[in-house]
Ligand binder design. Structure first.
Ligand code: ATP
Length: 234
């Protein structure tokens, strides 16, 4: 498999506070990579760097070998990168369907459209005319994922799907992932829930304080070593 995404030795800072230290992440076309780590490990910063919301001080981000340096966030959607952000960030005064259509603004040709998203998440279809403010957390998360899919991304960035949701709801949301990857979409998911990450990903990469501390295939990773790496225990 060739690399679709290469994050190459990026340093990212917020003012004086450095969040990523020479971090490299590679995602092959068609694979699902889960980046895991505790609060503050730098997972969201990684996704924001790929999406173009924050700029690295050093290093480069490449899609299909082409540098995205200088490509603003809204243009990256057209290149095939769409993100479901932490906190979902729906427009509460718009309906569910209107929120989904926001994601279609810079859409590429591809399989995802309203009917496909509704087939993926039937509950979202039932709520299509409701205001997004009146949804449960799980329903909001499904709409946020659907909105990202509406752009027909080559690379889907999912930030903390599990945040604040009951385990059964998280499992329902992640159950949609195989149908998404079956369309050829590559997925980079960041997740605090190690168990879920191992269940859905081909590969996992664990961050601690902005650096990689462990990585490997999800079905062969040493879970004791992973727990130790996650908490920074030597
Ligand atoms: P969480 O699960 O809590 O979102 P995370 O692994 O996604 O954690 P980041 O949100 O990427 O971690 O944060 C990495 C580091 O950067 C943390 O030390 C955090 O305090 C800092 N940071 C993140 N966003 C900002 C910001 N806007 N301004 C200043 N510091 C920030």
């Amino acid at each position: 498999m060739s690399a679709l995404l290469e994050v190459d030795a990026v340093d990212v800072s917020y003012g004086d506070a450095q969040a990523l230290f020479g971090l490299s992440v590679t995602v092959a076309e068609g694979e699902t990579l889960a980046v895991i780590g505790a609060n503050g490990a730098g997972k969201s910063t990684l996704l924001k760097t790929v999406a173009g919301v924050v700029r690295p001080r050093r290093g480069d981000v490449r899609l299909d070998g082409a540098s995205l340096s200088g490509v603003p966030a809204h243009r990256r959607v057209g290149r095939g990168i769409a993100m479901s952000p932490e906190g979902r960030r729906l427009f509460p005064s718009l309906t569910v369907e209107e929120n989904l259509l926001v994601g279609a603004h810079s859409r590429r040709p591809g399989p995802w459209a309203l009917d496909a998203v509704y087939a993926l998440f039937p509950l979202v279809a039932e709520r299509r005319a409701r205001s997004a403010a009146n949804l449960s957390g799980g329903e909001q998360q499904a709409v946020a994922i659907g909105r990202a899919l509406m752009a027909n991304p080559r690379l889907l960035l999912l930030d903390e799907v599990s945040l604040g949701l009951a385990p059964v709801v998280v499992a329902q949301l992640y159950a949609a992932l195989p149908q998404i990857t079956a369309q050829g979409t590559t997925v980079l998911v960041v997740e605090q829930d190690v168990h879920q990450a191992l269940a859905v990903a081909d590969r996992v990469q664990c961050l601690l304080e902005g650096r990689t501390v462990l990585e490997g295939p999800a079905d062969r990773v040493d879970t004791a070593a992973l727990s130790a790496a996650y908490f920074g225990v030597d």
